[in-house]
Design a protein around this ligand. Structure first.
Ligand code: RB5
Length: 145
């Protein structure tokens, strides 16, 4: 599973930490930036990760900003994107199992790197349960139309 990884300036160091973790686990990823702590606008990075997911180049994405909120709002404006802001592993598991989330967002000013890695692992371990959850996602898809 290839992962698109992106952050704004606030999330840069956590993104680098996650990239190192993914590399050590032999997980392939696409770094959509940023490459420094110079100030940027988080929607620009959100769009890069969203495009990588919607084009099929990557199966899912991780977006990090200060709170994870801006990235989540920006990503969820796109049809077909289900971005989940998670601050602990249980939500990350449910985001996959129940919501078939295709982007995980996190807040670098909210959680530490150890917890962030646990959240990422939980997100990637689970798969979509389908069934009644699919019916609910179909309703969200209908709202999108
Ligand atoms: C940047 O200062 C900050 O606003 C951004 O990283 C994010 O938290 C927005 O939701």
């Amino acid at each position: 599973m290839k992962v698109a990884l992106g952050s704004d300036h606030a999330g840069f160091s956590l993104k680098e930490y996650i990239a190192e973790h993914l590399g050590a686990r032999d997980k392939s990823f696409l770094d959509c930036g940023v490459s420094s702590e110079d100030s940027v606008d988080y929607p620009d990075i959100a769009v890069s990760v969203v495009n990588a997911v919607l084009s099929g180049e990557c199966e899912c994405g991780i977006l990090i900003c200060g709170t994870g909120i801006g990235m989540s709002i920006a990503a969820n404006k796109h049809k077909g994107i289900r971005a989940a802001l998670c601050g602990e592993p249980y939500s990350a598991k449910c985001a996959r199992k129940h919501n078939d989330a295709n982007i995980l967002t996190m807040g670098s000013r909210v959680i530490g790197p150890g917890l962030a890695v646990d959240i990422v692992e939980a997100f990637f371990t689970e798969t979509f349960d389908g069934g009644r959850h699919k019916r609910r996602l179909d309703k969200i898809e209908f709202i999108e139309k």
